[in-house]
Design a binder for this molecule. Structure first.
Ligand code: GCU
Length: 332
């Protein structure tokens, strides 16, 4: 019993960190949860974030990462971040839509014209302020973004040539109103669900299609069941690193700066990693999984979603962010 207790105490000691000579805590462990497997590029970029944080703080701030949805779906880990059960999570901006409407803008189809433009705009300080602080009253703030690629349609069987071919196609979307409206506008049948359920739903025939970046085919194995991938390029929805607001406020100014710098640097390291891995994902999906990739004429898709785009141009709740992005596009 004694040995058992001792081992629990020493385990807790490790988690809480070491104390220095006057008993003050010399290291803090912060916890981050996310839904991707450890082979996924985003996991590696979050590992970079932890490494940089530890380096900058001389070991004072350490990061423990729970990957693979071990602690729950995106919705669940956002809620855990709100209560400070975990300090950080990385989720799709789309999952933040129900906490702040501003984030719905990222699910507006064809918001950005190119990936370079999207990356430049995401790094503008005005953009970051306009989004990241919007959820402070919900108990968390945004810290940085990670490129989560370009979202494209993929199907189990059907070949898409125009949006008309989406008719009746049960298509998985992220649990977001805007994504539901997008698939409706395209003529498909939207089926919102958490990312972790998509593979089984495709396999069982509950879904005919989904939409995501290329790594969903390989890292998440969707290419085992969905064999046709179409470059509709209808959205670029960033992943956002969020942090519990109180946990951030409790850090000293210097510690806050380490967090911010480590996050920004990990975002920069993520971009070339992402590009390389999407090329590899396509190659693997083609050669090992038998997925066919199709360049598609996007014009009918773009036309079909125009009413949705017009609604955003005139939506008070997202006006500030919309105008900033449009200005960013003009300045390009
Ligand atoms: C991307 C994104 C994830 C998200 C997923 C989804 O892969 O990086 O954060 O969960 O899309 O479609 O739900």
């Amino acid at each position: 019993m004694r040995i058992f207790l001792l081992s629990i105490v020493s385990a807790l000691f490790l988690v809480a960190g070491c104390s220095n000579a006057d008993g003050a805590e010399s290291s803090k462990e912060l916890v981050l949860a996310h839904n991707q497997p450890q082979e996924h590029p985003i996991h590696e970029s979050l590992v970079d974030f932890g490494r940089l944080l530890e380096e900058k703080s001389n070991g004072e701030l350490k990061l423990r990462i729970y990957s693979n949805g071990q602690l729950g779906s995106e919705r669940e880990v956002i809620e855990m971040t709100q209560t400070n059960a975990v300090q950080f999570t990385k989720v799709s901006a789309s999952a933040l839509e129900s906490f702040s409407e501003a984030y719905s803008l990222f699910s507006m189809p064809y918001l950005f014209d190119s990936q370079e433009q999207y990356r430049d705009i995401m790094k503008m300080p005005e953009i970051q302020t306009a989004f990241y602080n919007k959820t402070a009253d919900n108990g968390f703030i945004g810290i940085t973004y990670y490129d989560a690629g370009v979202r494209n349609m993929y199907t189990k069987e059907r070949i898409l040539e125009t949006n008309e071919d989406m008719k009746g196609l049960r298509t998985r979307v992220q649990p977001s109103q805007t994504s539901v409206q997008m698939i409706e506008a395209l003529g498909g049948t939207p089926t919102p669900m958490g990312f972790g359920e998509v593979y089984t739903a495709l396999q069982s025939g509950m879904l005919d299609a989904a939409e995501n970046n290329e790594s969903a085919l390989t890292d998440n194995a969707h290419g085992e069941v969905a064999k046709h991938y179409f470059y509709t390029e209808h959205a670029m929805v960033p992943d956002i690193l969020i942090m519990n607001k109180e946990a951030f406020d409790e850090l000293t100014e210097e510690e806050q700066q380490w967090v911010q710098e480590a996050a920004d640097e990990s975002t920069a390291l993520h971009e070339p990693r992402w590009d390389e891995r999407m090329v590899e994902a396509r190659e693997t999906a083609e050669s090992e999984m038998g997925v066919t990739f199709y360049d598609i004429d996007k014009s009918t898709f773009m036309e079909a979603v125009q009413p949705l785009q017009e609604r955003f141009a005139d939506n008070e709740a997202t006006q500030e962010q919309y105008d900033l992005i449009m200005r960013g596009k003009q300045d390009e």
